[in-house]
Ligand binder design. Structure first.
Ligand code: NAP
Length: 253
C-alpha cells in the first residue's frame, strides 16, 4: 500500500526523542519534507543530520511549546519555509506527575494549549490550502483509570474531545483531525525506562497487564500516526486510535 506521503509537508513538535523522533524518520523515509522542533539545539542538529540521507527537506528548530508566542512564530515560519503544511503532529507533553496545581498548569500549557495554539497558528494555512491532516497524541491513561488522579490523564482526555470537535467543524474545509492514544511505550531514557530503574515492582505490574508481556516501541506508535496522517487514511476522521498492544481492557464499540 502506498501511503501517499511523498512530497507532503509535515510539522512535528518534540521530535528529537521518543515517538515523534521515530515519526519524523518514517515521514522522511516515505518522502515527506519535515520541519520539527525541540528545546535542545544539539539534539535538533543531530536529528537533522540523521534524517538528511533520506533526501527530503528537513528543517530543525528550537522552540519551547510553553512559550506561546515563540512557539506560534516557529510554527508559522516552518509552514512558510515548507511552502505549506499537509501534516501537523504536536507531540510535546509535560509528562505525568502529581505536584498539585503546578502539574495542572504545566499539563494545561503544554499538553492541551500546545495543541490548541498549534492548530490555531496553522489553521489559516490549512484554510487557504483547503486541506490538512492533524494527529494529536493522547494516552491510554486518558481512556481508563490509570495510576491515580492526575492532570496528565485528565487533560489528555480533553485533547481527544477537542480533536473530535475540530474534525466535525473543519471536515468541510478538507481537514482531518484524529488522535492516537498509545499505551506504555519503552523508550531508552524515557519515562518508563526511568520507572523501570526507580520502581521495579510497579514496572512489573504494568508489564503483567500487557497481553504479550512487553511494552510498545516508539515506531509501533509512529507508524499508526503516519498512517492516519496519510492519504491512505482519507476516510478516517475524528477517531481516537488506541495503540497499546491490548493494554486497555475496555471494549471499544
Ligand atoms: N512514552 C509513552 O509511554 C507514552 C505513552 C502514551 C502517550 N505518550 C505521548 O506521546 C508523546 C511523545 O512522548 P514520548 O514519551 O515519545 O516522548 P517525550 O519524552 O515526551 O518527548 C520528548 C521530546 O519532546 C521535546 N520536548 C519536551 N518538552 C518540550 C517543550 N516544552 N517544547 C518543545 N519540545 C519539548 C524533547 O526535546 P527537548 O528536551 O530538547 O525539548 C524531545 O524531543 C507525548 O505527547 C506523550 O504524552 C507517550
Amino acid at each position: 500500500m502506498d501511503l501517499g506521503l511523498k512530497g507532503k509537508r509535515a510539522i512535528v513538535t518534540g521530535a528529537t526523542r521518543g515517538i515523534c523522533r521515530s515519526l519524523v524518520e518514517i515521514l522522511a523515509q516515505e518522502g515527506a519534507d519535515v520541519a520539527f522542533c525541540a528545546r535542545k539545539q544539539d539534539e535538533v542538529d543531530a536529528t537533522v543530520e540523521a534524517l538528511k540521507p533520506y533526501g527530503t527537506r528537513i528543517i530543525g528548530g528550537t522552540a519551547n511549546v510553553k512559550d506561546a508566542e515563540g512557539y506560534k512564530t516557529w510554527l508559522q515560519q516552518a509552514a512558510e519555509e515548507l511552502g505549506g503544511v499537509d501534516i501537523f503532529v504536536p507531540g510535546v507533553s509535560a509528562g505525568g506527575g502529581m505536584d498539585g496545581e503546578k502539574s495542572w498548569y504545566k499539563a494545561f500549557e503544554i499538553d492541551l494549549m500546545g495543541c490548541v495554539r498549534g492548530f490555531d497558528a496553522l489553521f489559516p494555512t490549512f484554510k487557504a490550502q483547503g486541506s490538512g491532516n492533524v494527529v494529536f497524541i493522547s494516552t491510554t491513561a486518558a481512556v481508563e483509570t490509570f495510576i491515580g488522579p492526575m492532570a496528565y490523564n485528565a487533560l489528555k482526555a480533553a485533547l481527544i474531545t477537542y480533536g473530535k470537535q475540530l474534525s466535525q467543524a473543519h471536515a468541510k474545509r478538507g481537514l482531518r483531525v484524529n488522535t492516537v492514544s498509545p499505551g506504555p511505550i519503552m523508550i531508552e531514557g524515557g519515562s518508563w525506562d526511568q520507572v523501570r530503574q526507580q520502581d521495579e515492582a510497579f514496572f512489573r505490574s504494568i508489564l503483567a497487564q500487557q497481553p504479550d508481556g512487553r511494552m510498545g516501541e516508539a515506531d509501533e506508535v509512529a507508524r499508526a500516526i503516519a498512517f492516519l496522517a496519510s492519504d491512505a487514511a482519507s476516510w478516517i476522521n475524528g477517531v481516537n486510535l488506541v495503540v497499546d498492544g491490548g493494554f486497555t481492557k475496555r471494549v471499544q464499540f
